[in-house]
Design a protein. Structure first.
Length: 812
């Protein structure tokens, strides 16, 4: 794709964003209907995902450095907004999984359009750092293996033992030779017996030729028919073509072009960074003296105007107040003087208010409580969307696009290099600010003093600062300060700590697995809903560990392993545990992003420790984890991930206190299993033919997980079987044997997971919400029944009266 194509994608994304911002900026009305509220959230979510996909592809391939800055600002904002909407949807639906099929159908989108791609800049922008880290990790690991190999020395063997081994091997060889010889003798005897019994019959050459022709023609025709059938099925679209899995020439060309664009992107970025420095220096040299002179003239004019307006020269603003920046805000001297005076009055009022505040605290609390109650009563009931932290950032980026790039003529800039005029505009402000702060303000302060001495004959009165007040504030500050924790490894470098963690097996090299293989930025991190810990739970083999490795691969994160089995007999004692956690989290903070993985996390929170696990002391981290989570700041990109296949063995309260977000991964359904079988067979060197019934395999393996399917495929498709595929294609029966050795997920286990998840905080909320809905529905039905009964009673009374009247008439 060309530059204009990616520019068009960017423009379309900004236009879609413009419509969304108009809807979002409007004050939200409370919505009583639960379904309508979810529909609005879902539509916003789907639209933002579409915008994100377009912006991500544009940011990845646009080579103009200044455009990329604007796109990045909007992209980070959109990512944060998607996280906020997801958080809102979870709170509204009380579930981690949502069904947006109706919305996708309305927008004529497929489920694939709802997939959120991992932004490529996560890895691109720190590729050098990641490669260096991988190199260091490989060196440490290779050094470990070499040492272990040297330690392994061959045990000495006696002569008798050696001769015995040779004798066994030789006797076995002789036995095999004798067996083959005896087999040949037996076959020869059988052949001679047949000849004696039947007698030798002379074969007619014509009959022999006809027999050979028949066999040959049958073979050729069957081969031709098979080929024609395959061609017809490919033509009808019922079978994929033979080269379907191979990357096409067009895709290869796209990959080459994308790589070339990335190289151009890097070159343009280097040119842009150099231009920023060069243009700033030239502006200082050429325009610096003029800027300095114009600033001085403006400030002098302000002195004179203030003198005419107020009768005396004003006080020059301090550096804390912004210096002379207040004078360049297009305000009159009277307004500036009034503002400065107002600021001083506010400071004095605040000091007085602090003294009175202590006495009036109780009264104010009572009043505010009453006011709040009144406001709550006035507010209409219903769901309201929470205020966003990212809309201002998105709106700012969108406005810069409108002001600068929407109608900008770029006919001169075909290679899409930086625009020097825009750089000048940006750097001119910086140069002006630097000259004002470093040179002009000092000169004008001195000039103002001289003017006061010369004209007003006023000496610059030095303001006497109250010493007592400062001391009090210092004391307060000292009280508020917390004791800083001692750095236990202050004398050691990060490299040495990194090496120690690798040697101890606490820092692992993540497997190169991508989220796309799992079938079935910091600005965002600072403002987005904070998720410090995450628990992935589900039956064995559903891909929990794979997701952890995929997360590390996609984001370039370090992987620390604090599983109970892994930390057993490492850093013993309380001091050792404290040192281990200190080293792990110190390295994790220095080399962000980082993932701290606790495998089989139910062991860390056991209700009762089994005898088999008492040696590893699994409860070591139980008390330390909550305090560690509190110490993690929102801006720190550290995530604690736990994986568990038996969460019901853990103490629920302590587990939920650590893991705020719990995701239950279910076993794969029929559609997922069908895709899994196809993908894994092809991935392991197999081929899919008409003799392999994948639909049957997917149906039979109901209850089996991804791990079981991978095990079965890898067991069947060994090197020998792959070589035989051309002559002997795969069949479904071959996979049944390995699957029979695996234990599937039974209904009892599935029900146990459902019951356990219903006890979690989110599960309880969902259960309570469903109960309330059922109660409301029953009340509604009860009212309708009561109304019906009242009507029936009324009718009954009328009928009785009529009967009575009729009876009286008969008596008379």
């Amino acid at each position: 794709m060309s530059n204009s194509a990616y520019n068009k994608i960017w423009v379309e994304a900004q236009e879609a964003l413009d419509h969304l911002l108009k809807q979002e900026i409007k004050p939200p009305r409370p919505e009583k209907d639960h379904l309508v509220a979810f529909q609005t959230l879902g539509t916003f979510y789907v639209k933002y995902v579409q915008i994100f996909r377009n912006l991500e592809s544009a940011y990845d391939q646009i080579v103009h450095p200044q455009k990329r800055l604007v796109i990045r600002q909007v992209l980070d904002g959109v990512m944060g907004r998607i996280l906020e909407l997801k958080h809102e949807m979870v709170e509204l639906e009380l579930s981690e999984f949502h069904y947006l099929d109706d919305i996708l159908q309305d927008f004529k989108l497929s489920p694939e359009d709802l997939e959120i791609p991992i932004p490529k800049y996560f890895l691109k922008e720190k590729m050098k750092v990641l490669k260096e880290r991988e190199k260091i990790l490989a060196e440490i690991l290779s050094g470990e293996f070499q040492e272990s190999e040297l330690k392994e020395v061959l045990k000495p063997m006696s002569i008798d033992e050696a001769t015995r081994i040779i004798q066994i091997a030789e006797r076995a060889r002789q036995g095999r030779l004798r067996a083959s010889f005896m087999k040949e003798i037996y076959l020869e005897e059988q052949r001679l017996k047949r000849i004696r019994h039947l007698g030798e019959v002379a074969i007619n050459p014509d009959v022999a030729a006809i027999c050979i022709q028949k066999r040959w023609r049958g073979y050729i025709q069957r081969k031709k028919t098979k080929r024609e059938r395959e061609e017809e099925l490919i033509f009808l679209g019922m079978v994929p073509p033979p080269h379907f899995q191979k990357v096409s020439a067009a895709k290869q060309q796209v990959q080459v072009i994308n790589a070339l664009r990335c190289k151009i992107q890097e070159d343009h970025e280097i040119e842009y960074q150099q231009a920023l420095v060069q243009i700033k220096d030239t502006l200082k040299e050429i325009e610096g003296p003029d800027i300095k002179g114009s600033l001085q003239e403006v400030i002098r004019q302000w002195f004179i105007e203030c003198r005419h307006a107020t009768g005396q020269f004003p006080d020059f603003p301090t550096q804390k107040a912004g210096g002379s920046t207040a004078l360049f805000a297009q305000k009159t001297p009277e307004q500036v003087v009034a503002e400065l005076a107002a600021k001083e009055e506010e400071k004095a009022k605040k000091k007085k208010a602090k003294k009175k505040a202590k006495k009036l605290k109780v009264k104010k609390k009572d009043k505010t409580k009453g006011k709040r109650k009144g406001k709550d009563e006035e507010e209409a009931p219903g769901w309201k969307m929470a205020p966003s932290h990212f809309l201002s950032e998105i709106a700012g980026g969108h406005q810069t696009f409108k002001d600068i790039w929407q109608y900008r003529d770029e006919a001169w800039n075909f290679p899409q290099r930086h625009d020097p005029e825009l750089v000048k505009e940006e750097k001119r402000k910086e140069v002006e600010e630097e000259i004002r702060e470093q040179q002009v303000d000092e000169l004008m302060r001195q000039e103002l003093k001289n003017l006061k001495l010369a004209v007003d004959r006023q000496k610059g009165k030095q303001r006497k600062t109250k010493k007592g007040g400062k001391k009090k504030s210092r004391k307060k500050k000292r009280k508020s300060r917390r004791k800083k924790k001692k750095d236990l490894t202050a004398d050691r470098t990060i490299d040495s700590l990194y090496k120690e963690l690798v040697e101890q097996g606490l820092l692992l090299k993540p497997k190169k697995v991508y989220l796309s293989d799992y079938i079935g930025s910091q600005t965002v991190h600072e403002k987005a809903p904070v998720v410090k810990s995450l628990l992935l739970t589900g039956p064995a083999g559903v891909g929990k560990k794979m997701l952890v490795h995929a997360l590390c691969t996609e984001t370039g994160a370090n992987l620390f392993n604090l599983s109970a089995d892994n930390i057993a007999e490492k850093y013993p004692g309380k001091k050792g545990l404290r040192m281990m956690l200190h080293i792990v989290f110190k390295v994790a903070r220095q080399l962000q992003p980082s993932v701290v993985w606790i495998g089989d996390t139910e062991k860390t929170f056991y209700k009762k420790v089994p005898k088999a696990d008492k040696q590893i002391k699994p409860l070591r981290l139980k008390r330390r984890l909550p305090s560690l989570l509190k110490s993690l700041k929102p801006a720190e990109r550290i995530l604690i991930i736990g994986t568990s296949r038996c969460p019901f063995q853990a103490e629920l309260k302590s587990l939920c206190r650590v893991y705020k977000k719990i995701i239950l991964i279910p076993k794969p359904d029929y559609a997922s299993r069908l895709v899994l079988w196809r993908h894994i067979i092809l991935q392991n060197g197999g081929s899919i033919t008409s003799s392999l019934n994948l639909s049957c395999l997917a149906k039979v393996t109901d209850g089996f997980t991804q791990g079981h399917i991978i095990y079965a495929v890898q067991t069947v498709l060994n090197e020998r079987r792959i070589q035989q595929l051309y002559r002997k294609p795969l069949t479904a029966v071959e996979f049944i044997g390995p699957l029979a050795t695996q234990v599937p997920v039974y209904r009892e286990e599935e029900e146990a997971f459902k019951v356990w998840y219903a006890k979690t905080p989110l599960g309880k909320k969902r259960e309570n919400a469903l109960k309330e809905e059922n109660q409301d529905n029953q009340k509604g039905k009860g009212k309708e029944k009561d109304k019906g009964k009242e009507k029936d009673k009324g009718k009954g009374k009328v009928k009785k009266k009529e009967k009575g009247k009729r009876g009286k008439k008969k008596k008379t």
